[in-house]
Design a protein around this ligand. Structure first.
Ligand code: ADP
Ligand code: MG
Length: 274
């Protein structure tokens, strides 16, 4: 794409002192005395979104799904890079896309520090960078036997513009043991925590908020925490206006079981290659 168009739609003054050199050179330069968290996600037309999706929604969503990964780690957003593959140059499309994208970026005080633009079938890749205090990340491997098992929000809604649980998750660092974001469906995503933590879960399906918890694309959080932090987590949920529910607990026996019937619950969810 013409450099002028990149400049027009995607280049802005950086808002942060940790950006030593902003977008526009061969690399951006940033500095931090914290632990850095990196994640990357791609949205491909026809696979992850319909061609009819409004460009402003698409810009929002491409960043929101990446913010969801930072939230799942408890990381604070810093900056991101944008790789755009476009079938053609459409200025009104770019204006709406960048508005949806950069408005969300501003609300989390994030800088767009670089990118790449190529021609081809519409696809958007964002690499996000966050920061964390040392030894604090909410890893998938951190769940402990007897932990309460939580989910945020309501499942099955699959919002076009999911709200990343960033502030809640950062404050959860001292209260929770493990977390994951719900992109592929509750049982499948939960099973990643259970495998990494070598444990299982008892859940009460009647306690799961919402309709179908195995659709995926909710971008809510699933996390585990010691029962002694129940009151603090409830307070934090109110403070940050984040709905939370305890849906079960962590047990030693691998697998997911219905806490009422003790029957195994099948692991289902979105499969990327079938
Ligand atoms: P190079 O040839 O060094 O890879 P480019 O010509 O691809 O550089 O890009 C020029 C500058 O514009 C770089 O600083 C790059 O980070 C930035 N850039 C290119 N595409 C985008 C984009 N889609 N969003 C944000 N910045 C971009
Ligand atoms: Mg380049």
């Amino acid at each position: 794409m013409e450099f002028e168009l990149i400049q027009k739609f995607f280049m802005r003054r950086s808002q942060h002192s940790h950006i030593l050199l902003e977008n526009g050179d061969d690399c951006a330069l940033l500095t931090s005395n914290q632990v850095l968290a990196f994640s990357i996600d791609t949205l491909v037309v026809g696979t992850h979104f319909l061609p009819s999706m409004a460009p402003a929604d698409l810009g929002y969503r491409a960043l929101a799904v990446n913010l969801s990964d930072l939230a799942a780690m408890g990381a604070k957003p810093m900056a991101f890079l944008l790789s755009l593959t476009l079938p053609d140059i459409n200025e009104s499309w770019l204006a709406a896309f960048s508005q949806g994208l950069l408005h969300l970026a501003d609300s989390f005080k994030m800088d767009l520090i670089g990118g790449n633009t190529t021609r081809g079938p519409l696809a958007i890749t964002i690499q996000i960078i966050g920061e964390l205090p040392p030894d604090k990340a909410l890893k998938r491997s951190g769940a402990k036997i007897e932990d309460d098992l939580y989910v945020t929000g309501k499942l099955g809604l699959r919002p076009i513009r999911p709200v990343p649980r960033i502030e809640f998750a950062q404050r959860l660092l001292d209260l929770a043991h493990a977390a994951i974001d719900l992109s592929d469906g509750l049982t499948q995503d939960l099973s990643h925590i259970l495998k990494a933590s070598r444990c299982g879960a008892l859940i009460d399906p009647d306690l799961i908020p919402g309709t179908d918890y195995n659709y995926g694309e909710d971008y809510e959080l699933c996390f585990t925490a010691s029962a002694e932090n129940r009151d603090k987590i409830k307070e934090l949920a109110e403070l940050t206006q984040t709905p939370v529910c305890i849906i079960g607990k962590i047990i030693q026996e691998p697998g997911i079981y219905n806490s009422r019937t003790r029957e195994a619950i099948a692991i289902k969810g979105y499969q990327h290659f079938t």
